[in-house]
Ligand binder design. Structure first.
Ligand SMILES: *[C@@H]1O[C@H](CO)[C@@H](O)[C@H](O)[C@H]1NC(C)=O
Ligand SMILES: *[C@@H]1O[C@H](CO)[C@@H](O)[C@H](O)[C@H]1NC(C)=O
Ligand SMILES: *[C@@H]1O[C@H](CO)[C@@H](O)[C@H](O)[C@H]1NC(C)=O
Ligand SMILES: *[C@@H]1O[C@H](CO)[C@@H](O)[C@H](O)[C@H]1NC(C)=O
Ligand SMILES: *[C@@H]1O[C@H](CO)[C@@H](O)[C@H](O)[C@H]1NC(C)=O
Length: 652
């Protein structure tokens, strides 16, 4: 009995591998990314059955379509909307294979969600419980970037890339297949290849807008990248990744099975036989097959994903520490282990049983967040990994205790060096310049490169830690999320931030955006250049605050006098000037006039980018403290100061 089973499996495997051989060229598509929707269906519901009907009809529709198909099944409220779009340069056979694979693969990846968008190199499949339309400005899809940075003229590289991609976008918007590729020169010895694709249901205006959004999201300074948004995507590489033969003479009549030459249709009929064989075999071997396939695809997923955003698999369980472990590691939160205190709680140094050094942040009990919500946020923040961010290793949640566990960073925070007369000298200009660049890259990652847009909201010198090599690492990112400060939304009633670093629109109206972080970054840059504190500024020549002081010297044509007097030895005048200029652009009153972090990084990397002239910064919040208190109390109900650096304001 048993040996008969083995024999059968052997025969099946044999036939599977032989059909694989006849099957070369019709391989499984290359998985890129996916995004399950949040809504779940109930098992055996009408919705599920409509969804299955839709997905199972796709493969047969793919054989008849020109690479695109959009449909719905069922009736409201259980209607399912769906579409697939094959890339413009793939053959009908490849398209069909891809859609075929996708319609089962998606169920593995989003087993009980009502919708998903799944991208492969060859096709994308999208289904949802709501109508699939394009709305400009609301598209935040996954971004992917090649891990290798461009070293030769990165900013010109970026400009060339944008040119090539925009030309392709214009062509695609006017092409019935909504697809175009472009080859052009790059700053490296290889040419640059670009590809853009909209789903074919988009009008040419929408396609053009969608691609504009997608291209704007492409990461600067990398050797390749993609920006996937639901209705269109763009991709560039330094190698040929599409089939030039299918795109060279545009627009070729789309190949359809009726007009195909005889020889080719014979080939496709053998392939169909092969498909049937494989389907039969895999039907019998379904369990083993699915395990194998899904493991294989998941492996691919991880390698790409880690490369892109530094996201590994982390589960809540793997992040959880016992309170006993933390207590032992910190000597029962001994004062000797205390590293400092901030607005969110106290920080202790600890050593785990395996010898790993950790920093333990014991959160104060003001958090109003529920346990599950807290765990979800920690899990999210733990996935953010970048060399300029302090790594969150885990958390502990027991009774009233909420504790975060971070990697230990030995050199304390930037303010320890910057504002200490004895240590200031250790930060020469080239170190300071590297620190500015590192902070900028860390924030860029939070704002744009991770899958979740994170606004720090409390960027300041004491939240920038320095590792053993004086590389900056931003800490306390995601605190607003973890601590549940009204979650991330565009306007908050509860303002959390630090005196001096808060942008005017945030401090006065509670409005925050990536541009409020840019403002804080600008303040930080000016502090790093001058070695003077924003909150404790004393200057005798009639200027009361750091920003006015910086502005005065800029306006009077004496910006170099801003430079910390400890730094007279060696510095690059060009770099210093650029940093002052950029700092002033970041602290402008009008948020829209401030640059984005991507632009800041570009400005730091290249002298060929021309910077606009800055406008005078808004100095209301940088006067002396009494004046500030008066301003605030007249505008707000309550004004409280937790400690010297944290302020909380409660607007009406
Ligand atoms: C769904 O239906 C299947 C087959 O009809 C049945 O075996 C299964 O128990 C049902 N599941 C639920 C949750 O009702
Ligand atoms: C799509 O497939 C379904 C099921 O196979 C079929 O009923 C429908 O007519 C097809 N639509 C087109 C346009 O081919
Ligand atoms: C690319 O560079 C080569 C050599 O510099 C030049 O001849 C060619 O015209 C350039 N191509 C484009 C599209 O600019
Ligand atoms: C990154 O780009 C280089 C140069 O084009 C290429 O050789 C390499 O394969 C790319 N890496 C990935 C992961 O795509
Ligand atoms: C493109 O066409 C050339 C010449 O016909 C052929 O050698 C090459 O293999 C084709 N490339 C692809 C990707 O089909």
């Amino acid at each position: 009995m048993l040996s008969l089973k083995f024999f059968m499996i052997f025969v099946l495997l044999l036939s599977l591998s032989s059909s694989m051989i006849t099957f070369t060229g019709a391989a499984e598509p290359t998985y890129v990314n996916h995004a399950c929707s949040d809504n779940k269906f109930t098992r055996n519901s009408t919705y599920q059955s409509n969804m299955n009907t839709l997905l199972s009809s796709f493969p047969s529709n793919a054989s008849r379509s020109n690479g695109f198909y959009k449909t719905t099944t069922g009736h409201d409220p259980n209607r399912v909307y769906g579409l697939f779009q094959c890339r413009g340069d793939v053959t009908t056979t490849t398209c069909q294979d891809c859609v075929d694979f996708a319609s089962t693969d998606t169920i593995q990846r989003c087993p009980d969600q009502k919708g998903n968008i799944i991208w492969y190199d060859e096709c994308l499949l999208h289904y949802s419980d709501s109508s699939i339309i394009y709305t400009s400005g609301l598209n935040n899809g996954p971004l992917m970037a090649n891990g290798t940075e461009v070293t030769i003229e990165p900013s010109r590289f970026h400009q060339l890339m944008l040119e090539i991609m925009r030309e392709a976008a214009t062509q695609a918007a006017n092409d019935p297949k909504r697809f175009a590729t472009r080859k052009g020169n790059s700053t490296t010895s290889q040419p640059l290849y670009g590809l853009v694709q909209c789903t074919q249901d988009l009008s040419n205006t929408d396609c053009s807008r969608c691609l504009e959004e997608s291209i704007a999201n492409l990461r600067a300074g990398r050797m390749g990248g993609r920006s996937l948004i639901p209705n269109c995507y763009s991709r560039y590489e330094l190698y040929l990744f599409y089939n030039e033969n299918m795109t060279a003479s545009l627009p070729p009549p789309p190949p359809s099975s009726l007009t195909m030459p005889k020889g080719k249709s014979k080939v496709s009929s053998t392939i169909i036989i092969a498909i049937v064989a494989v389907i039969t075999v895999s039907g019998v071997l379904s369990v083993a097959g699915y395990c194998f396939l899904s493991r294989r695809s998941r492996k691919k997923y991880n390698t790409i994903q880690e490369e892109i955003a530094g996201i590994g698999i982390t589960t809540v369980e793997s992040l959880q520490f016992d309170f006993v472990t933390i207590q032992a590691a910190t000597n029962r939160f001994s004062t000797y282990n205390k590293l400092g205190a901030g607005g969110f709680g106290e920080v202790y140094k600890g050593v785990l049983p395996n010898g790993q050094e950790i920093a333990v942040k014991r959160l104060s009990r003001r958090s109003r967040q529920g346990v599950e919500e807290f765990k979800n946020e920690v899990e999210l923040v733990a996935k953010l990994q970048h060399r300029n961010l302090v790594r969150l290793l885990g958390f502990c949640l027991e009774g009233e205790e909420k504790i975060l566990v971070y990697e230990f960073v030995p050199n304390k925070s930037l303010d320890n060096f910057l504002f200490d007369p004895e240590k200031q000298g250790q930060l020469d200009w080239s170190r300071r310049y590297k620190i500015i660049g590192g902070i900028a890259r860390g924030i860029l990652y939070l704002h744009e490169d991770s899958r979740f847009r994170i606004i720090h909201r409390d960027l300041k010198a004491s939240n920038v830690l320095l590792d053993g090599n004086m590389n900056p690492k931003i800490s306390d990112f995601g605190m607003a999320r973890i601590f549940g400060v009204d979650q991330i939304q565009a306007k908050t009633k509860r303002i959390v931030g630090t005196y001096g670093y808060m942008s005017p629109e945030y401090a006065m109206r509670g409005q925050f955006s990536v541009k409020s972080d840019i403002y804080s970054f600008g303040v930080l840059v000016l502090e790093i250049i001058t070695g003077k504190k924003i909150n404790n500024f004393c200057q005798t020549d009639g200027v009361g605050d750091l920003l006015s002081y910086a502005w005065k010297h800029w306006r009077d044509g004496t910006p170099m006098q801003l430079l910390d007097s400890n730094l007279t030895d060696s510095y690059s005048r060009n770099e210093v000037m650029r940093c002052i200029h950029m700092g002033l652009l970041c602290v402008q009153e009008d948020p829209t006039a401030r640059p984005t972090m991507a632009t800041v990084v570009l400005m730091l990397n290249s002298y060929s980018v021309t910077l606009p002239l800055p406008k005078q910064p808004h100095a209301l919040f940088h006067g002396n403290r009494t004046e500030l208190n008066m301003q605030i109390t007249s505008n707000y109900m309550q004004w409280s100061v937790d400690d010297a650096s944290i302020t909380e304001v409660y607007p009406r």
